[in-house]
Design a protein around this ligand. Sequence first.
Ligand SMILES: *[C@@H]1O[C@H](CO)[C@@H](O)[C@H](O)[C@H]1NC(C)=O
Length: 314
Amino acid sequence: MNNIAVLMACPISRYLEQELENSFKVFKIWQFEDRNQFFNTHGKSIRAVVGNATAGVDAELIESLPKLEIVSSYSVGLDKIDLVKCREKGVRVTNTPDVLTDDVADLAIGLTLAVLRRLCESDRYVRSGKWKKGDYKLTTKFTGKSVGIVGMGRIGTAIAKRSEAFNCSINYHSRTQKPNLNNYKYFPSVIELASNCQILIVACSLTEETRHIVNREVINALGQKGVVINIGRGLLVDEPELVAALVEGRLGGAGLDVFENEPEVPEELFGLENVVLLPHVASGTVETRKAMADLVVGNLKAHFMNKPLLSPVV
Ligand SMILES: *[C@@H]1O[C@H](CO)[C@@H](O)[C@H](O)[C@H]1NC(C)=O
């Protein structure tokens, strides 16, 4: 397979690069200053693209790669891939589900605890020497709270399971009610869900339908004591509305791993102690990132050996 040309759409990890280079002829797009020249010279040889949650494959890229057969994405979300175009052109698409579920769910709980118990603020309190001048303020309990999960897929289900251990009541919204989750309360609308929970955890995939699913109305329904946790995609939440609600005190807090325009984060949030900000790292453990890389390479190898794909989407 060493003569099969694979294009990496952005830097991902050294391990993935090495694993790809062991089996394929790898082109790293960021190493070419003139992209047009790159496509003119190599476009016709590229048979696979590897992307992630930052850089995927849009219609234009698909058009400039006439020999493209497969897109193997180092992410579970597919929002950066033009799936319609891929189907139209017969291009296969794979992602990295399952291997990252636990880490993302763990982080959702971690963010919830960090926001409610002010973990980051209290760490800053100790480091700055303020502890010596007085006691830390009281915070908010997580155990027993009412959790609302937007999107009850693999990750949403894993978050629910963890929340159960905290004796939380579990409520959710998804396109359809899940038949075997009778302990969890289903809400057909996100506003109803937000009206009936204290912690709203956004865990659905980003599509045309879910863009800004958490809007001003939902934020207001959640209310002054409510908390938004987003481990999905930035565009699931109307970010200017979220920022306004936090600045105006209409929302109790937020834990955010993802943003609309990463790595740009609204600076209005930097001074707020009821907000915890992470640099899109929900799946970012050594163990999981290796498993994701192995799955990306495994899908490519399966494809070029005419075997069934390991995690096909298209
Ligand atoms: C869980 O919460 C319910 C309702 O608040 C309470 O009655 C029950 O004792 C709690 N269970 C545990 C194990 O703490």
